[in-house]
Ligand binder design. Structure first.
Ligand SMILES: *Cc1c(COP(=O)(O)O)cnc(C)c1O
Ligand code: SF4
Length: 341
């Protein structure tokens, strides 16, 4: 590393990234950082040095972020239109998504909520939390509450434990789910107190971990996941298909294999949402389908995620993976067709 000192702090500005030798300062990058939050925690800083561009590209600001393409939207998946009370998104009859916190341990340059996360107004206040929980309590069809990005694992163990207990106390809520990038991005934050707080929740609490490259599964990150799994949380993985990060069959095979080794079941591979200034990450859907078709038959069936598109405008997520039925025939994993019985 540039200055040889052990990485310890999260880097939060262009000048700090430049001082760490990760990029060269420029007025364009300063402008990017004024518009979109920057954070590179110690573990990811070390990984950028070791594993290179596939990691750095995800977290280091780039001048291309200032150019928004015409189809890109500030709210690509329509969160606002489906928000009955502040901090809550309700798009499916049985699930409600709660965003108690709009801060993350790391800021992904392709983030679908980049116009919202890391921009000051960080945490719902007590009255707003109470209003969101009252809404859930009054909607008896809600079976599952999903805590999503921002990253609620940034909250203190006491605060998060208290929030989860209040959600679990709602009689018709059967399941809780957390989506988080924290265990792999900033594993030191998974303390025994945090694992205990999550393990103390009295209803099933699932954890969906965000990871896009096999190298993100560092020994420290895997240990953090282990601590959460031992506390009782089943682990799923979610990834975004990203140009220059994981847009090859080999990179995806390695990523999903790394997940299974860490006892994480690959759940979703997301098509990139059209958030402003993210076009350099786009992989066309047809290419994503070809990549998944290449993996079929070559990796464990357990390693195969559902490739999904969150339909722009808030119309929900749908599977967009390769199709194996063609009229009266079916295609096998090696591309040969066979008549359907
Ligand atoms: C993605 C999402 C969910 C969860 O969808 P699953 O397909 O169950 O993972 C729920 N609510 C909202 C608003 C979402 O965007
Ligand atoms: S962790 Fe999730 S919410 Fe946070 S910046 Fe990355 S993609 Fe966005």
């Amino acid at each position: 590393m540039a200055n040889g000192s052990p990485p310890e702090r999260t880097l939060r500005s262009v000048s700090e990234l430049a001082a760490a030798g990760l990029l060269d300062e420029s007025p364009e990058l300063e402008a990017v950082a004024r518009r979109y939050a920057v954070a590179v925690p110690p573990a990811m800083r070390a990984l950028i040095a070791e594993a290179g561009d596939a990691i750095g590209r995800q977290f280091l600001p780039d001048a291309a972020e200032l150019a928004a393409a015409s189809h890109e939207r500030a709210d690509p998946i329509g969160d606002e239109a489906f928000s009955p009370v502040k901090g809550l998104v309700h798009r499916y009859p049985d699930r409600a998504l709660l965003k108690p916190l709009l801060a993350c341990p790391v800021y992904c340059r392709f983030c679908f909520r980049r116009e919202k996360v890391g921009r000051g107004e960080a945490m719902l206040d007590e009255a707003e939390i109470a209003a969101a929980l009252a809404w859930i309590g009054g909607h008896f069809g809600i079976r599952e509450v999903i805590l999503s990005g921002g990253d609620c694992l940034l909250l203190s163990a006491r605060r998060l434990g208290g929030l989860l207990a209040r959600i679990a106390a709602i009689p018709h809520v059967e399941l809780l789910r957390i989506h988080s990038r924290l265990p792999l991005a900033d594993p030191k934050r998974v303390t025994p107190a945090l694992a205990n707080a999550l393990g103390a929740v009295e209803k099933p609490l699932w954890l969906v971990v965000h990871a896009n490259h096999a190298a993100e599964f560092t020994p420290e990150g895997i240990a953090a996941l282990d601590a959460l799994r031992r506390a009782g949380l089943p682990l799923l993985g979610q990834s975004v298909l990203l140009r220059g990060v994981n847009d090859s069959a080999g990179a995806l095979a390695d990523l999903f294999a790394a997940m299974l080794r860490a006892r994480v079941k690959p759940y979703y591979l997301h098509q990139l949402d059209a958030a402003p200034g993210t076009e350099r990450f786009r992989v066309p859907i047809a290419q994503g389908q070809r990549l998944l078709a290449e993996l079929r038959g070559r990796i464990s069936g357990m390693a195969w995620p559902t490739y999904v598109l969150d339909i722009p405008g808030g119309h929900g997520k749908v599977p967009i993976g390769p199709n194996y039925l063609e009229g009266e025939t079916v295609r096998d994993p090696w591309g040969r067709t066979h008549p359907l019985p």
